[in-house]
Ligand binder design. Structure first.
Ligand code: ADP
Ligand code: TMP
Ligand code: ASP
Length: 275
């Protein structure tokens, strides 16, 4: 029987998720909120049902990655908004993989949106909203001690493997994986061995997904650029992947969205960093 995590104070509330203690110290409960932000928190809104859809889509992606042996933090889904994950020491980087030019890449390099890149490009950004997640080089990463050279190698190879695999998963349901952002964390074994794991989430919040035929955007760009029908886009991705919950399940989980964290009297004072 699965252990049911006890309910206690959130450890951390981020822009889209809340982290709570898991049933044992090596785990966390990751709770997906309906909150959406863009441009480093400058733009905010609530997208009803987003948390449920991202929880289910991310579960699907991490489970599929586990099946090909790609080390990741996902343990199991607890309910419609929560999943149990391995607690990691997070590496403060956003690793972005790009297959097609879009977003900040077009602005930075003067590239036309939609240009297929000659090969997949991996970029590293410092995860820091106040600094607007600036792009950083491997030199920055090692000089500032955010990750060791071996850890960068591990992240790069995991990111490229994930890209190959996820492109195929999305292609099979008529979606183009334009680009996406990954986060990684490390675990330190008792014998001192360090392992790098894929963490956080994979969802339309963190991926650009375009319909193969119409090129319609089915991801958070609909929110970023006021394209409308945001929730419909997330639902469509879930539907194509076969993880769309019934309307009643979605509604019930909407009503129950104040489940874990909120029920426990979350307040800004009670929230602290996981580390
Ligand atoms: P943000 O912190 O950018 O606002 P979220 O709202 O998505 O982002 O919050 C989730 C937080 O959990 C992120 O800061 C992310 O780095 C962190 N995180 C993701 N996976 C793990 C993990 N396995 N262990 C510890 N922290 C994690
Ligand atoms: P960008 O083009 O805005 O740099 O985004 C690249 C990809 O990374 C895109 O799929 C959106 C995703 N992303 C996040 O998940 N979080 C972020 O904070 C940013 C800036 C991008
Ligand atoms: N990091 C951005 C924010 O949280 C999110 C994004 O544009 O995807 O505001």
């Amino acid at each position: 029987m699965r252990k049911v995590p006890h309910r206690s104070q959130p450890l951390y509330e981020g822009k889209a998720k809340i982290l709570l203690p898991g049933p044992d110290p090596s785990t966390l409960v990751q709770h997906f909120k309906d909150d959406a932000t863009a441009f480093n928190n400058a733009k905010r809104a609530t997208i009803e049902g987003k948390g449920v859809l991202n929880n289910l889509i991310s579960e699907y992606m991490f489970q599929a990655l586990s099946e090909i042996g790609l080390a990741n933090h996902f343990l199991h889904r607890i309910n419609m908004r929560e999943q149990l994950i391995r607690k990691l020491e997070m590496i403060p980087l956003e690793v972005v993989v790009r297959n097609i030019a879009a977003g900040s890449f077009c602005e930075r390099y003067g590239c036309k949106e939609g240009t297929v890149l000659p090969r997949s490009i991996v970029e590293y950004c410092l995860k820091d909203d106040k600094l607007a997640d600036p792009p950083v080089s491997e030199d920055h990463i090692t000089a500032f001690g955010w990750a060791h050279p071996q850890e960068i190698d591990d992240m790069l190879s995991l990111a490229l493997r994930a890209n190959d695999f996820l492109q195929g998963v999305f292609r099979a349901v008529g979606l183009r994986l334009v680009d996406f952002k990954l986060e990684f964390g490390r675990s330190v074994e008792d014998n001192g061995d360090v392992a790098i794991w894929l963490a956080d989430e994979i969802s339309p919040d963190t991926c650009r997904l375009w319909d193969r035929d119409s090129q319609e955007k089915l991801d958070k760009d609909r929110f970023r650029h006021d394209l409308g029908k945001v929730e419909r886009a997330y639902r469509e991705v879930a539907r194509r992947l076969g993880v769309l919950p019934s309307n009643s399940a979605l509604k019930n989980s909407g009503a129950a969205k104040k489940s874990a964290a909120e029920k426990n009297g979350k307040s800004s004072e009670s929230i602290r960093s996981v580390e």
